[in-house]
Design a protein around this ligand. Structure first.
Ligand code: ZN
Length: 182
């Protein structure tokens, strides 16, 4: 029994393309969602997860690259500097690994799970993960950074994969083709 039906929404699900709504009031329910998201991220061996990936259209992300858990509400990039390229995977796009060019350093402003304003300076991998998750809140995915022909190839591959997932469920190994899962 290796097959599990994923709690994570996959490419093709319209929620992944919607702009997440700002959270106006932070409530115990917001904290509950962030706790659930953290659990799903760790269970999926991910280092970041955004609310649309679990079907929730409210601006929240969780990130942990191994240096501690961030649970952020309404995160925004307020400053970008330099550039870096990482090979990124996405928990919502199984079996795809893409080089994405992003800023090397970012400053994030957000609220914590108790609505307290926070400012975070991040660089390298942590900066990459924040940018990936904040993209999710805008309905943007890593395939949007790929060339037209790469996108066609990915779509074809995913069409087949989606059909099989529908029939059999997603096997855990299928999300591990890329080192970074976000
Ligand atoms: Zn992702």
């Amino acid at each position: 029994m290796n097959e599990t039906r994923s709690e994570i929404r996959l490419l093709g699900d319209p929620v992944l393309r919607k702009k997440a709504k700002p959270v106006k009031e932070v409530t115990p329910e917001s904290r509950d969602i962030l706790a659930q998201m953290s659990r799903i991220m760790y269970e999926s061996m991910g280092i970041g997860l955004a609310s649309p990936q679990v079907g929730i259209n409210q601006a929240m992300i969780v990130v942990d690259i191994g240096t501690g858990l961030y649970k952020l509400i309404n995160p925004k990039i307020v400053k970008k500097e330099g550039s870096q390229v990482q090979e990124e995977g996405c928990l919502s796009i199984p079996n795809v690994c893409l080089k994405v060019k992003r800023a090397k350093k970012v400053r994030i402003s957000a609220q914590d799970e108790f609505a307290k304003p926070v400012a975070i300076e991040a660089q390298d991998l942590l900066a990459c993960v924040f940018q990936h998750e904040i993209d999710h809140l805008k309905g943007k995915l890593i395939i949007d950074y790929a060339s037209f022909f790469d996108r066609l190839k990915i779509r074809k591959k995913l069409g087949k994969l989606r059909k099989r997932i529908k029939d059999e469920g997603l096997s855990k190994s299928e999300t591990k083709s890329c080192k970074l899962q976000l």
